[in-house]
Design a protein around this ligand. Structure first.
Ligand code: ZN
Length: 80
């Protein structure tokens, strides 16, 4: 199945964003974020800040699964 990333909605993009950040993808070159007129770019920079803070809080642990699930659910809640 092919996903047309250009026509992706902000909601679709944001639902994948935590995963993209967690996987180290080059999110700033994502077709959606390049075209997005809404808050996806800001959301991405927030996520990066959170991810970096989390790494400093848990330097010896590997909390990724839990952490990203929590970040993702926080975003979805914030979406209202
Ligand atoms: Zn967007």
């Amino acid at each position: 199945m092919t996903v047309d990333t250009n026509s992706m909605s902000c909601e679709q993009f944001q639902s994948q964003l935590a995963e993209l950040v967690g996987s180290g993808a080059d999110v700033l070159n994502h077709p959606h974020i390049r075209d997005c007129k809404n808050n996806c770019r800001q959301l991405y920079s927030d996520l990066q800040t959170i991810a970096q803070a989390a790494k400093q809080l848990f330097p010896d642990e590997q909390p990724e699964d839990n952490l990203w699930a929590r970040i993702e659910s926080a975003i979805k809640k914030g979406d209202g």
